[in-house]
Ligand binder design. Structure first.
Ligand SMILES: Nc1ncnc2c1ncn2[C@@H]1O[C@H](COP(=O)(O)OP(=O)(O)O)[C@@H](O)[C@H]1O
Ligand SMILES: [Mg+2]
Length: 282
């Protein structure tokens, strides 16, 4: 299913002294089965943008079309949109509240109107899909590690079978091991499930290894929207926005300046390694 944003603007606190233009003339098209990273410094509009995609926030002006339907039409059913586009909030563990992990993951599908049996089946599938250990299915969500809580929160949204899964800073506050775990999980989900994944992060380094497309937000506008290697060509401009390119980008540019014929647009450590070995004739 495609999502089209046509000149979307959003302002907080319209008409007050605190008015903020959080989104300015956003035009975007999101297709089926994409793996997208939305990057930008704090306050650039990433969360506001994602909240438009599932109808949580309504644009001040502009249009959003989902599967060819204008979601702001009077007779558009917003529940339909929420079923299609699942949003995992930043620090989602704050929203776990049931007595067991399993109950918590059942909450969404039950809320969608599925009977108990069907909701439980969806919950099981979702917990397996996020690689959650069976022996912990009936423990309290509050006894889990940070990484496991995130998995449960992701399963809770997956259980509603969205076509688009949005995760707002899914690794915030996790240690490096927990962070890698979540990224590996997203890469696996992307391979195995037939869905679009949109990953919000303030770290280029994190997304470079995983996504196919990067949308760079700056002051409420889309600055770049392209494949990672194309976006990182602008590493000097990115720095001016307070965003660093992945470390390999810098390394490759330095090697090139020193005369080694490497591909300076390599964006992952693996690509860089291959390119350096080739340049050295190995
Ligand atoms: N609830 C709110 N009320 C007023 N201003 C807000 C609110 N949420 C965000 N903003 C402002 O909107 C802009 C974009 O914020 P946000 O979408 O949260 O950015 P990001 O997720 O990239 O950090 C910022 O200037 C922020 O201060
Ligand atoms: Mg945010």
């Amino acid at each position: 299913m495609s999502i089209i944003l046509d000149k979307v603007n959003y302002s907080y606190s319209v008409g007050t002294a605190y008015e903020v233009n959080a989104l300015k003339d956003i035009n975007l098209k999101i297709e089926d089965n994409e793996f997208i990273g939305i990057i930008g410094h704090t306050g650039s509009g990433k969360s506001t943008l994602t909240q438009h995609l599932n109808g949580l926030v309504k644009a001040t002006s502009g249009h959003i079309y989902v599967d060819g339907e204008d979601i702001y039409d009077n007779d558009y059913d917003m529940r339909k949109l929420r079923n299609k586009v699942g949003l995992v909030f930043q620090y989602p563990e704050h929203q776990l509240f049931e007595t067991t992990v399993f109950e918590d993951v059942c909450f969404g599908p039950k809320n969608q109107g599925l009977d108990k049996k069907k909701a439980q089946l969806k919950a099981f599938e979702a917990l397996y899909n996020v690689g959650f250990p069976e022996k912990l299915f009936y423990s309290s969500p509050f006894e889990l590690s940070g990484g496991q809580k995130r998995r449960v929160a992701i399963a809770g949204v997956l259980a509603m079978q969205p076509k688009v899964l949005i995760l707002d800073e899914p690794t915030a506050g996790l240690d490096p091991a927990g962070r890698d775990e979540i990224f590996e999980l997203l890469a696996k989900m992307r391979k195995e499930l037939n869905i679009t994944i949109i990953l919000v992060s303030h770290s280029m380094e994190d997304v470079a290894n995983y996504v196919d497309r990067i949308i760079v937000m700056n002051k409420g506008q889309v600055m770049y929207d392209d494949a990672p290697r194309e976006v990182f060509k602008h590493y000097k401009e990115l720095e001016k926005m307070g965003l660093a390119a992945p470390q390999v980008t810098y390394l490759m540019h330095e090697l090139k300046e020193k005369g080694l014929q490497v591909d300076e647009t390599a964006t992952t450590v693996d690509e860089a390694k291959q390119s350096i070995l080739r340049a050295l004739g190995r």
